[in-house]
Design a protein around this ligand. Structure first.
Ligand code: ADP
Ligand code: MG
Length: 415
């Protein structure tokens, strides 16, 4: 995939192709004109002079450096990214990244480790604590959510038994439900409980959510039986990554399906500008569209199945290498090891590569701009200057050498 990316065309290349499309016929024209003018005004030995000057014009103008300017920089940029654990899917992604001014991140698995643990049990029923956990763990055993793993792992550690669950159903963005014996149980967030229209004082959760913990409430159709709290740790690199994004002038927004208070708390720990909580997967997509309609260039970083549509919608989708396959497939960039600080490096890499391409275009053109009038003999009448075709060939080669060397410099740049 990296090789494919290295061979792909960056959008700036289109501009270069357009320029070359005009440049080449223009040079042919200049060469012919040079020949004609020399034939008319050339004095003695006219034909030799006319032929030499027109050939020299063609030689020095040969735009091979122009053809190298973009692809060589892309090859080096994508290759350097791969070495740093930043896998870039195509050149267009690398190019777009340098314009990004807003980064949207998912909370679980992107800012936090995505490996929560069960930290509190609040029993509101006549059941024993272990029985409460047993019911929860039985339900969660069927789920793939990180929260579910936290609860199941806890039950296994404490040797709490797990029962069979029937008619299991996941409830998107809210939790799940299933039957054990004759009873139907629901487990999930406060939204789920309010959907059930049973009495529950959600204020009870605040004490925990204000510390960034996520509640999982267990209820039947009639009443809430209790809730447990799971807590996830922040990735060590998150704080620095957000700080560095700010230093680049980039706004950081966090989107999460999690509880609002918990999300705000985590957001404040890492210094995120804006937190949007309780979002369903389709809302993540809408939020990206909304930011884009405000004229923002958005990069979205996420790891989950529910992030995939948003990753595809964003100008640049960035998946965590530790995330789900569908996230990686939908994204233009994958950060190995799920290390969010690599995002900053990726943006810097994009800026460096784009700067390299612009410098390359300068080097590709400067020889032509200076060389063509000289080659055509424009200075001959005043200074008696002419360009030897051998030197024209040398200059032409040098412009390619300058471009390739300049692209290779990208490799040595510190990200
Ligand atoms: P996120 O990836 O941000 O957690 P989700 O849409 O997967 O977003 O989940 C949103 C919320 O729904 C979770 O924060 C949690 O409160 C609840 N939820 C989802 N799945 C489960 C589950 N298996 N058990 C309990 N609660 C869940
Ligand atoms: Mg997630």
């Amino acid at each position: 995939m990296v090789q494919e990316a290295q061979g792909s065309k960056a959008p700036v290349q289109k501009l270069v192709d357009k320029i070359a499309g005009v440049f080449v016929p223009a040079v042919m024209g200049i060469a012919i004109l040079t020949f004609i003018v020399w034939m008319i005004f050339g004095g003695d030995d006219t034909f030799t002079h006319a032929l030499l000057t027109s050939v020299t014009v063609l030689v020095i103008a040969c735009p091979c450096a122009l053809g190298l300017a973009t692809p060589t920089a892309i090859i080096v940029g994508v290759g350097k990214g791969a070495k740093e654990g930043i896998l870039i899917k195509d050149a267009a992604t690398l190019e777009k990244l340098h314009k990004v001014n807003t980064v949207v991140v998912d909370k679980t698995g992107t800012i936090t480790k995505g490996k929560p643990t069960l930290v509190d049990i609040q029993n509101l029923s006549s059941l024993k604590d272990d029985e409460l956990v047993s019911i929860l763990a039985s339900l969660e055993k069927k789920s793939e959510h990180p929260i579910a793993h936290a609860i199941v792992n806890y039950a296994q550690e404490k040797n709490i038994s797990i029962s069979d669950v029937f008619n299991f159903e996941g409830i998107q963005g809210k939790g799940l439900k299933g039957e054990i014996g004759d009873t139907e149980y629901f487990a999930g967030n406060a939204k789920l409980v309010s959907d059930l229209k049973i009495s529950f004082d959600a204020g009870k959760l605040d004490k925990f959510t204000l510390q960034g913990k996520t509640p999982v409430i267990l209820a039947t159709k009639e009443k809430v039986l209790g809730f447990v709290m799971v807590a996830d740790e922040i990735k060590e690199e998150s704080v620095d990554a957000i700080k560095n994004l700010h230093a680049l002038g980039i706004k950081v927004v966090m989107l999460t399906g999690d509880d609002e208070k918990a999300a705000k708390y985590i957001g404040s720990l890492v210094g995120i500008d804006d937190v949007v909580a309780h979002v369903l997967p389709q809302d993540k997509l809408e939020k990206i569209k909304e930011l884009q309609s405000q004229g923002r260039i958005v990069a979205m970083a996420g790891d989950g199945v529910n992030d995939a549509p948003a990753l595809a919608q964003a100008d640049v989708g960035i998946a965590m290498g530790t995330g789900t396959d569908v996230a990686i497939e939908s994204a233009g960039i994958t950060l190995l090891g799920g290390d969010i600080s690599k995002l900053v490096k990726a943006i810097k890499l994009s800026k460096i590569t784009m700067r390299g391409i612009k410098q390359n275009l300068f080097w590709a053109f400067i020889y032509n701009v200076v060389g063509i009038p000289l080659a055509a003999g424009a200075f001959y009448p005043i200074f008696g200057w002419l360009l030897n075709p051998i030197f024209a060939g040398f200059a032409m080669a040098m412009s390619s050498v300058s471009v390739v060397s300049n692209s290779l410099r990208i490799k040595a740049k510190k990200l």
